[in-house]
Design a protein around this ligand. Structure first.
Ligand code: PA5
Length: 455
């Protein structure tokens, strides 16, 4: 699945790596990093590694039962969440539903709408076009306090109550921490159905929890298949470094990062996988951008993810990747087979500028563009790797998601940081509370006033 030929010295000269020698030298270190993650997970009780339990699917029966109650009664699902509470579901639903699912007359699942910003025009615009009697709202917030999500929740609750009266209680599902936070007691008071975000699962690692599985199941995706793929990735993680693509992927990212390639571009060649780039960017940035080492000391580490989608961004970014600074490594995602196997018709047989395309599969063109771009980058000394999946299915997407989470966990070990917290995000949240007049934030309000910061 992982093609590393375009990082080698044979192809890149001095810009490349002698991958075999490097792997030989670093195999023990990579396996030690992997084993450290596995040991903490297996010991149980780790505050961060609950996401490694998720492929087991303990929550699947509850998700399916709830989805079964809601299916048929409602046409639209509105998912309220941000960052890790939104991007996983968005990735899965966009990849696995029919590309124009929402326009289909006979849909195999609900229409799913993700609200992940505080844009009032978008939120009120969505509510203007939905039927409140046929809409269910899934508010997702582990902490239950995130401003953006709470604002959207307030809009949706008010809208439902205004149109359906007390029945709004049956039309809101809360996915949140099983015990802590504001949303849990609120949901219980209101009588909302609830699903858990396990305390040891951070947002960006939560796609295979109820956070991602409920939107997937309601949208008509086979959630069990996602989990089966993730289980197989996790089994692969146990292999020796020489056979382990997760460890080898981490090695390549780590080594190029240390050589000054501090930008990592993630570029699936698929419109359906376009949000995998957004999901990956959050996973990578929030997990690995840290300035505190576990063994003590403070060094700023992390490489900057750039999201892209092929072929579209060939026409906007590849110029920079070929001729700009040699500070990047690219990851392409290639899909072998498209679902429909669509052919480009030979509608202009006498036009030589077009007839070479006639009767060729679209996927052949997509993959030719990928191969051509990858080679053009090699010629310019820019390393790139390709993850190939046979098709876009729940199984293969589950595999890739877990593969990338495990790779990120190993990167955290190699960088000697905690990949699972996000202290750098907190201050902005707290200062927003202060600016918006939330109680208990007087000190921060005063500090902002002194600094001349106001809304
Ligand atoms: O990955 C993360 O931890 C964040 O992106 C959170 O998911 C995001 O801030 C939303 O947090 P919450 O689920 O508490 O509303």
């Amino acid at each position: 699945m992982l093609d590393l030929r375009n990082i080698t010295t044979e192809r890149l000269g001095d810009a490349g790596l002698d991958h075999d020698a490097l792997l030989e030298e670093r195999a023990a270190r990579l396996e030690a990093a992997r084993d450290a993650v596995l040991a903490r997970w297996r010991a149980g009780g780790d505050p961060y590694l609950g996401w490694m339990d998720l492929p087991r699917g303990d929550v699947l029966a509850d998700v399916e039962a709830l989805a079964g109650r809601l299916r048929g009664r409602y046409d639209d699902l509105v998912v309220l969440g941000i960052g890790g509470s939104s991007l996983g579901g968005l990735t899965v639903v966009t990849a696995l539903q029919h590309p124009y699912h929402n326009l289909m007359a006979d849909r195999p699942g609900m229409r799913v709408h993700f609200v992940d910003n505080v844009d009032g025009d978008v939120i009120t615009g969505l509510l203007e076009v939905l039927d409140p009697r046929r809409t269910v709202v899934n508010v997702i917030s582990k902490s239950g306090t995130t401003t953006e999500t709470m604002a959207a929740y307030l809009s949706c609750k008010a809208w439902l109550r205004a149109h359906v009266g007390d029945a709004y209680r049956e039309q809101i599902v809360a996915t949140t921490d099983p015990e802590k936070g504001v949303l849990r007691p609120l949901a219980e008071r209101e009588g909302y159905a609830t699903l858990p975000v396990p305390p040891s699962v951070g947002g960006r690692f939560s796609v295979l929890s109820a956070v991602g599985l409920l939107p997937a199941a309601l949208g008509g995706v086979d959630a069990g298949e996602l989990l089966r793929g993730a289980r197989d990735a996790q089994a692969h993680f146990e292999l020796p470094a020489r056979q382990n693509e997760i460890l080898q992927g981490a090695l390549v990212q780590d080594e190029f990062g240390r050589r000054g390639r501090n930008i990592t571009v993630f570029m699936p060649y698929s419109t359906r996988l376009r949000f995998l780039s957004d999901w990956f960017a959050q996973l990578w940035a929030e997990s690995l951008g840290k300035n505190r080492q576990r063994s003590g000391g403070s060094e700023r580490v992390g490489t900057t993810p750039v999201k892209a989608v092929g072929t579209t961004d060939q026409h906007s970014q590849v110029q920079l990747y070929r001729e700009g600074p040699q500070d990047k490594i690219l990851t392409f995602v290639k899909v072998d087979r498209a679902d429909r196997g669509a052919l480009i018709p030979n509608a202009e047989p006498d036009e030589p500028e077009m007839n070479y395309l006639g009767e060729k599969p679209y996927q052949a063109l997509m993959n030719a563009e990928l191969a051509a771009t990858a080679h053009a980058l090699v010629q310019a000394g820019q390393p790139n790797v390709t993850i190939t999946i046979p098709e876009i299915s729940a199984y293969h997407l589950g595999y890739v998601l877990q593969f990338l989470m495990l790779q990120t966990a190993v990167m955290g070990e190699l960088l000697d940081i905690n990949a699972f917290d996000q202290p750098g995000v907190e201050l902005g949240k707290v200062l927003t509370y202060a600016l918006m007049g939330r109680g208990g934030f007087d000190e921060q309000r005063e500090e902002l006033r002194r600094a001349g910061v106001e809304v």
